[in-house]
Structure formats: structure tokens, C-alpha cells
Design a protein around this ligand. Structure first.
Ligand code: GSH
Length: 215
């Protein structure tokens, strides 16, 4: 059955792979699943046709026959549970990998999103200069224990899993801030994720759409 995802017609990051379709593309590539992409403009995302597949008018979405999904956590989990390579077979190891997916989305990503909001959406507001150090402290409060838990391991819990895919995707969003540089273990962890052939294919596919010269 054909899998169709949605992505920005033109991503605001200009092809750095930070838009969330990249993590879905990555999961599909890890699973060896071909997929099609429907590109949507910011205006089209808020129109009825797209709102029928994503109630909040965002990307990415995932369609497979009658199945329509939104939220990258749900999409990546759906891909991972149906195909080898993203979740361990052992039930306890599988539960731990899923825990890391939730940790990435629920615990690590929120303060990272805050810094993006503060810098880009509210950069001109009078409170931003006072707010940024507070947000950076909240990010460090996530990165320090994450780095300690990772230690010298390659991945968070044994073999690479959807938990790592999600955590690396979330940490990548920090790169423009420079905050990752203070955590060499996490920077190396992110680099390991980026070096995976499946990530490289996902990155290249979104870059083909978003590079300044594309289209
Ligand atoms: N929690 C959602 C977040 C989706 C999201 O924020 N998507 C962004 C692109 S990365 C978007 O569509 N932004 C445009 C908008 O919200 O209008 C997920 O993980 O799928």
C-alpha cells in the first residue's frame, strides 16, 4: 500500500533537516519502506483538505490506505512496530526503547522548542534577553543527565532504536543554538545518528525540496 507523508513546500530552515518530516522520512528509510510526499504551503496547511488529515494544520502527516496519522511520535511508532530494525523484539527492551521516544518528545523537546520560540518568534520582545538564560538553564537540566545516562555508549539502550531516532532528531534542533557543543558525548551521539545511511537518504530527500536552489 502506498505511504504518503506531507512536508513543507518550502521549509523555513532552508533544508537543514529540522522540519519534522525528516524524522518520519528517516524512520521510513530505516524500515526500508518507499513513500511519496505531498508538499503543502503554509496557507494550504490551514485549509479544510489538510485540516481533515491534521486537526492542528501542521506537517507531517502519514497516510497508508485508510489509515491517517499525525504526530511524529505516533507515526514513527506505527512504522517501528510494523517493521524490523527500529524496536527490539524482547518485550522489556522494546518498552524501554518506547520510553526513550516519549522522553525525547515529552521531556527533552519542550525546552528546545522554547528557545526557538524565544529567538525567532519573540526575538524582538523586551523580555527575550532576560528569558533566554532561563530557557538555556532548562535545556542544560535535560542535556546533563541525558549525557550522563548515555555515557560512552553508542545508543541509549543497546542497539539503535526508534528511541534514538527520536532523541537524535530532537537534539538536532539544538544545533543552531550552539548548546550541543558543550556536550561532546551528545554531539557525537547526534553525529552517529546523522551518519546512518537511512538518515543520509532522508536528509537528502528533504534537501532536494528545500535547498535554496531547489524548485
Ligand atoms: N507535535 C507535532 C508538532 C508538529 C509541528 O510543530 N510541525 C511544524 C513543522 S516541524 C509545523 O507544521 N509548523 C507550522 C504550523 O504549526 O503552522 C509532531 O511531532 O508532529
Amino acid at each position: 500500500m502506498t505511504i504518503t507523508i506531507t512536508a513543507f513546500e518550502r521549509s523555513p530552515d532552508g533544508g537543514k533537516g529540522l522540519a519534522r518530516d525528516t524524522r518520519v522520512r528517516w524512520a521510513l528509510e530505516e524500515a526500508g519502506l518507499p513513500y511519496e510526499v505531498r508538499l503543502v504551503s503554509f496557507a494550504a496547511m490551514k485549509e479544510a483538505a489538510h485540516l481533515a488529515v491534521h486537526p492542528f494544520g501542521q506537517i507531517p502527516t502519514y497516510e497508508e490506505g485508510d489509515l491517517v496519522l499525525f504526530e511524529t511520535g505516533a507515526i514513527v511508532y506505527h512504522i517501528a512496530q510494523g517493521h524490523a530494525g527500529l524496536l527490539p523484539q524482547d518485550p522489556e527492551a522494546r518498552a524501554r526503547a518506547i520510553t526513550w521516544m516519549f522522553a525525547a518528545l515529552n521531556t527533552v523537546e519542550p525546552p528546545i522548542l522554547e528557545i526557538q520560540t524565544a529567538r525567532f518568534a519573540e526575538g524582538d520582545k523586551p523580555w527575550t534577553a532576560d528569558r533566554l538564560p532561563l530557557i538555556e538553564a532548562r535545556i542544560r537540566a535535560r542535556l546533563d543527565p541525558l549525557s550522563a545516562r548515555l555515557g560512552d555508549a553508542d545508543w541509549l539502550d543497546g542497539a539503535f532504536s526508534a528511541g534514538d531516532l527520536m532523541m537524535v532528531s530532537v537534539l538536532l534542533r539544538l544545533r543552531p543554538s550552539g548548546l550541543l557543543d558543550a556536550h561532546p558525548r551528545l554531539a557525537a551521539y547526534v553525529a552517529r545518528g546523522e551518519a546512518r545511511p537511512a538518515y543520509q537518504r532522508a536528509f537528502a530527500a528533504q534537501l532536494a525540496v528545500n535547498a535554496p536552489s531547489a524548485g
